[in-house]
Design a protein. Structure first.
Length: 367
């Protein structure tokens, strides 16, 4: 199938033909043994990808935000205290979710383009021993910053009453992730980023520590109830009809990722990110994340020249060149481009994007 557009965004991505073909094939009824095998195989693959040897994975038909919300709905008594590390748009989303569920939020915000400070987290935990969970974004898609989860895990793992919960929807597959070794208790993931599958599936990996907290929860939960998901999964079933065709596509994708080797996937995205950065710097743009040590490999955020409008540039790239990229979020909406490097991309695609961007800025701004 010929590709008629180039997506250079943080997801959804360009989707390989073989995964699109899975969506059109016959799929098993969700009350059959064939489906039970599909569900078990996908769960096992996800455990391998997130490196979870002794825990559970629950799979939802939902956006990634659904998986995030489920990590708020399943562990707490109304009024419990949680700490939210906020380095951007999706940290703010976790804060809003926790407040919606009646939790008391201790908020640690940081400026766009920066990561958290471990000493701030240490101080908050010491001052508030009642904290039941620490929420943190792994890769913040609004800024391109990659948070260090391992350091947080080392801090929180000894605390029996405190969970470490992360949104790694855009982090997984693209970057190293080790749930067991790092002491992550719950991780939210989705189909439409590193897995290169259309949106519509999400999942949560749960440690034994997290599983032990579910029974105490009194917050409302029905669709997101881990208890019924886990019990029915043991029988090869789900509480409601899932997106079975997406599950088939994600099983094929996860099989391919494991066969290829996650290390090579990480290296591929690292090299693409570095190459795109070099092209953008040569064109006179500055990078949205100045510290190389905290740059993720999902997007390259660039600051536009004064007077340029990212929305206008995005429209022109799509209409005239068939290229989709994304503008900034929040206060950076008009002054930043967030150029994605995930998907079946290569250096030729980056050259194509760079040439098109040069033509667009020449046309619109004589730059």
């Amino acid at each position: 199938m010929a590709r008629n557009r180039l997506i250079m965004a943080p997801g959804p991505t360009n989707i390989p033909d073989e995964y699109m073909e899975e969506l059109a094939l016959e799929f098993p009824h969700h009350r059959t043994q064939e489906f039970a095998v599909l569900l078990a195989n996908l769960e096992n693959n996800l455990k391998k990808i997130i490196k979870l040897a002794n825990g559970e994975v629950v799979i939802f038909t939902s956006s990634g935000s659904g998986a995030m919300e489920s990590t708020v709905a399943n562990f707490f008594v109304t009024g419990d205290t949680v700490l939210v590390i906020d380095i951007g748009f999706f940290g703010q989303r976790y804060k809003a979710m926790c407040e919606t569920f009646g939790l008391h939020v201790i908020h640690l915000p940081y400026p766009p383009g920066e990561t958290y400070q471990l000493e701030d987290v240490r101080a908050a935990l010491a001052a508030h021993p009642e904290i039941k969970a620490v929420y943190v974004t792994h890769h913040e898609t609004s800024t391109g910053v990659l948070n260090d989860l391992q350091a947080l895990g080392e801090l929180i793992k000894p605390l029996d009453d405190t969970l470490l919960i992360t949104d790694s929807i855009s982090g997984l597959v693209i970057h190293p992730f080790d749930m067991d070794a790092w002491g992550i208790d719950a991780v939210a993931g989705g189909s439409q980023k590193g897995f290169l599958v259309p949106p519509g599936l999400s999942f949560v990996g749960l440690s034994q520590k997290a599983l032990g907290k579910i029974a105490r929860a009194t917050t409302p939960r029905f669709y997101w109830d881990y208890r019924q998901m886990i019990e029915l999964a043991k029988k090869g079933q789900t509480p409601s009809t899932p997106a079975i065709n997406l599950m088939k596509a994600m099983l094929r994708s996860s099989n391919d990722l494991l066969a290829q080797g996650l290390e090579s996937v990480w290296q591929h995205h690292y090299q693409l990110r570095q190459y795109l950065e070099s092209k953008m710097l040569a064109m006179g743009y500055t990078l949205g994340v100045t510290d190389e040590a905290i740059r993720g490999n999902v997007i390259v955020p660039i600051n536009l020249q004064p007077g340029m409008d990212s929305l206008a540039i995005c429209r022109e790239l799509e209409s005239e060149h068939g290229i989709i990229t994304i503008y900034g979020l929040g206060e950076k909406m008009h002054s930043m481009l967030r150029i994605g490097v995930i998907g079946p991309l290569n250096a030729t695609d980056i050259d194509q994007f760079s040439d098109a961007l040069a033509k667009v800025t020449k046309k619109l701004y004589n730059y």
